[in-house]
Design a protein around this ligand. Structure first.
Ligand code: SF4
Ligand code: SF4
Length: 368
């Protein structure tokens, strides 16, 4: 497969040419505006951030994209989907309120906020993918029926993917909750009793009551109830809960690549992907907190290829300066994402390439 072009801009700025100008410039350089037909409904897919998290993408970046889509003749709207776990985004009412509290509303961004899978996550379309894991996937109808997409990804580490990038944001982020559950169904964490300090934090955190615990006793996971969301892995401050990283996350990653393929099928080439390598925290923005970034801010990427842009993001973050005071203990680690998350990040990229979503080879073109 031929290399794909990934545009990259550094974070260096000057008077009259700040990061928002650079974001706009990347949009212009990509030529995506010419792919938007008059009246196209263009989904600006992003993550509004869980309540309490402050690492998510700053709203002004979305405002720039909304303005560019309007200039091109499109009708932009902001979109995300309901979550599988409880929290501040598991139904459309809470989700829109959270988005508003975090700065995403018509008043601030200039476009409506739509929760793509409806009030309770039941509004989806079955899209054929004929993949290794799924014949059909459940894509939020608000995303499926959009004519085009501009995906804005805040690049992070992730406890099941190694990194949270464009493919994960499309696959997991455009699925209805029942689709999210299908993707997570092979993940079964376990508790290392010797490490467990019996604090009960995971018991309080689990969204479905799948953890057995009582004061003075180590926690254990009830296999039959667990939905594989991975929340307890992050909740445990003592590293006592882990997933079988050799197998379980790899399958979830492959399934998510198939969901990403399903999400993009209806877009017929009308997709532009941004990846913001800023504030690269160890966990994704789904948590109501954010640990400090572990790698230095690097820049902003744009591509038409969701695989190439994620591979470039991984390579750049792994090669960036490790940051003291972060979760990264070996600041010179070659694979910082693995070092921080303990998860191999390749399966999603490899399977997405197999599915024809794009190429892991890329040419990085710097835009001043
Ligand atoms: S959060 Fe960790 S240490 Fe606390 S009970 Fe659960 S497994 Fe044990
Ligand atoms: S992965 Fe952990 S938090 Fe999620 S359902 Fe299973 S036991 Fe509960």
């Amino acid at each position: 497969m031929n290399p794909s072009t990934v545009y990259f801009t550094t974070l260096r700025t000057q008077i009259g040419y700040g990061l928002l100008d650079k974001t706009r410039k990347l949009f212009e350089v990509s030529g995506f505006g010419k792919r938007i037909a008059a009246g196209d409904k263009v989904a600006v897919k992003l993550h509004f951030g869980e309540a309490g998290n402050v690492a998510f993408l700053a709203p002004p970046f979305a405002r720039v994209i909304v303005d560019e889509i309007r200039k091109a003749g499109g009708k932009p709207f902001l979109i995300d989907t309901n979550t599988l776990y409880k929290g501040s985004r598991s139904n459309a009412v809470d989700h829109i309120e959270t988005a508003m509290h975090n700065g995403f509303s018509f008043a601030t961004i200039g476009a409506p906020v739509i929760i793509g899978d409806g009030l309770t996550g039941r509004d989806y379309v079955r899209q054929e993918v004929n993949g290794k894991h799924f014949a059909k996937v459940k894509i939020a109808s608000g995303f499926h029926y959009a004519d085009a997409v501009v995906n804005l990804t805040h690049f992070t580490g992730h406890e099941l993917f190694g990194f949270g990038g464009v493919l994960k944001g499309l696959g997991m982020g455009c699925a209805a909750p029942s689709g999210k559950q299908e993707m997570h169904s092979d993940v079964l964490p376990s508790v290392k009793e010797a490490k467990c300090v019996k604090c009960g934090r995971c018991f309080d955190w689990c969204p479905v009551g799948a953890i057995e615990w009582e004061p003075g006793r180590a926690a254990s996971i009830i296999k039959e109830k667990c939905i594989g969301c991975g929340e307890c892995v992050v909740a445990c401050n003592y590293g006592a809960i882990s997933v079988q990283w050799q197998t379980d996350p790899a399958i979830t990653q492959e399934k998510t690549a198939e969901y990403a393929a399903g999400a993009l099928r209806s877009k017929r080439g009308k997709g532009l992907f941004y990846s913001f390598l800023l504030n690269v925290s160890p966990d994704c923005d789904c948590y109501g907190f954010n640990d400090p970034p572990f790698a230095a801010d690097a820049g902003i990427l744009v591509s038409f290829d969701p695989v190439a842009i994620d591979q470039a993001g991984v390579d750049i973050v792994n090669g960036a300066q490790g940051l003291e005071g972060s979760k990264l203990s070996d600041l010179d680690a070659g694979d910082k994402l693995f070092s921080v998350t303990g998860i191999h990040w390749e399966p999603i990229l490899a399977h997405a390439e197999e599915l024809g979503l794009g190429s892991r080879k890329y040419d990085l073109v710097e835009i001043p």
